[in-house]
Design a protein around this ligand. Structure first.
Ligand code: TC6
Length: 309
């Protein structure tokens, strides 16, 4: 495993955020079986690990984990939630018994509402910087994962929620026209950073990304399928079974070859962020704390409330 990473120079974005992890989870190179999720006496069974916002069920027979996001009401990505997601991902990545990951939502109608707007509104520059570092961390962990990753998109997935899905190897969305997915940042008066843009472009190409990003498009499932933003659209109750079927198909490919290929495809995109993390944080902080941007975010939050009323 280490050889895969080192020969391609793919780095896992381990930062201060993960200082919260126990030291035993840091021996990344040899992927020891350190996760509390998997112990020898529990082999051939399933196990479950739950933090307050993330529930992980690992089937040790298949090596597939299902990660349920459960941060009500809409799985918006707050600093706390992102931290929990990163810790869970780190544990699974280190766990030899886990080879595939399905990410889904426990919240009705929503996969994830994207970044928590309240983390970007009325906060100090220091706090905004800390938040942005965690967003980078989550993206790095997901995009560079050695596991097969499948997004089981069982609800709406705007902005950062769409980004999470885009980091996965394969996306399956519920066929419900009430749901939408896309990077709609411009609609909030904010700008998706270069690595959001790169991830989208790697998936749907330059021309489609240009339109999607400038217009802040949110696609209905069937339109998302047409443009290649999702790979499969299935009836709502089939999202998870379809994800299980897909993960098994991907896992049937010789693992080493698949992992090296994945790293090769994603390396340059990952390197662009890892070598520019600090500058990217500074850019975000100076942008998001501008009075005009704060005003846009306030207006957008009011709009959300009005829509609800
Ligand atoms: C440069 C940076 C790049 C940025 C990337 C991003 O991700 S930017 C993010 C871009 N994200 C978006 O543009 C998505 C905005 N959200 C939506 O479009 C819809 O909420 C929905 C379609 C996700 C779910 O519809 P639904 O009818 O099922 O639910 P509902 O609408 O009734 O909301 C329930 C409660 O949650 C609240 N809340 C919602 N989202 C957020 C949030 N992100 N954060 C915080 N709070 C949020 C909402 O105000 C309400 O609060 P209340 O009144 O109960 O105190």
């Amino acid at each position: 495993m280490m050889a895969v990473r080192s020969c391609l120079g793919v780095k896992f974005g381990v930062s201060g955020l993960l200082s919260q992890l126990t030291s035993s989870t840091r021996h990344h190179g040899s992927r020891p079986c350190v996760s509390p999720i998997l112990t020898p006496q529990h082999r051939n069974t399933s196990s479950s690990s739950t933090s307050s916002k993330v529930k992980v069920d690992l089937d040790q027979n298949t090596g597939v984990a299902v990660m349920h996001m459960q941060s009500p009401p809409v799985n918006s990505l707050s600093l706390d939630f992102i931290t929990e997601l990163c810790i869970s991902l780190e544990k699974l990545e280190m766990d030899k018994g886990c080879r595939g990951l399905i990410i889904t939502s426990s919240q009705p109608k929503v996969f994830s509402a994207g970044l928590d707007i309240l983390e970007m509104y009325g906060k100090s520059p220091e706090r905004c910087g800390e938040f942005w570092k965690s967003v980078q961390e989550l993206w790095l962990k997901l995009y560079s994962s050695n596991m097969v990753t499948i997004a089981a998109v069982n609800g709406s997935s705007p902005a950062g929620g769409c980004l999470m899905a885009l980091t996965c190897d394969y996306r399956i969305m519920a066929d419900n026209p009430a749901y939408s997915i896309g990077l709609n940042e411009t609609q909030l008066g904010i700008v998706a950073p270069f690595w959001f843009k790169d991830t989208l472009m790697n998936t749907i190409g330059l021309r489609n990304s240009e339109m999607a990003l400038q217009l802040g498009l949110l696609y209905k499932p069937q339109d998302a399928l047409k443009v290649g933003l999702v790979d499969q659209v299935v009836p709502e109750d089939q999202v998870l079974p379809a994800a299980v079927k897909s993960v098994n198909k991907w896992l049937a490919v010789p693992e080493h070859a698949r992992q090296i290929t994945k790293s090769m495809m994603r390396k340059s995109t990952i390197d662009r962020l890892t070598s520019n993390r600090e500058a990217d944080i500074q850019n975000f902080v100076s942008f998001i704390t501008r009075e005009s941007i704060q005003k846009s975010l306030r207006g957008y939050m009011e709009l959300l409330k009005q829509k609800k009323a």
